[in-house]
Design a protein around this ligand. Structure first.
Ligand SMILES: [Zn+2]
Length: 117
């Protein structure tokens, strides 16, 4: 079990990391390759079809509503970073909540010890 001081120190670190988190966005990015309607196109080649793409898509669910939108190639890198930051936010939050629960437990154990029962 962690000591109260250790828990407090770790929570302070997490709070600092949360403050330093950059722009974020929920979701995930996927790559797609498509076939077009042009009969003579390279994407319809019988031997070695070369599909069009990649096309990048961001999919996410927020407040119960699912959304998908296409990203221009020049938007992909920035969105990857935002999605990574969102994932990091969730990890930091989970750890903070876990520590809050542990802290409560440690405080109760300490009180119990002081009361001597
Ligand atoms: Zn095509």
């Amino acid at each position: 079990m962690m000591h109260l001081a250790q828990i407090q120190r770790r929570i302070a670190q997490l709070q600092q990391q949360l403050l330093e988190l950059g722009p974020l966005h929920p979701g995930s990015i996927s790559e797609q390759y498509n076939v077009c309607g042009n009969p003579g196109c390279r994407c319809k080649d019988a031997k070695k079809p070369q599909k069009h793409g990649p096309y990048y898509q961001l999919s996410f669910t927020w407040q119960g509503k699912s959304s998908t939108r296409f990203l221009r190639p020049e938007q992909v890198e920035e969105m990857r970073q935002k999605v990574a930051n969102y994932k990091r936010l969730r990890e930091l939050m989970n750890e903070w909540v876990g520590l809050a629960v542990e802290r409560e437990r440690a405080e109760r154990a300490k009180e119990k010890h002081h009361r001597g029962d």
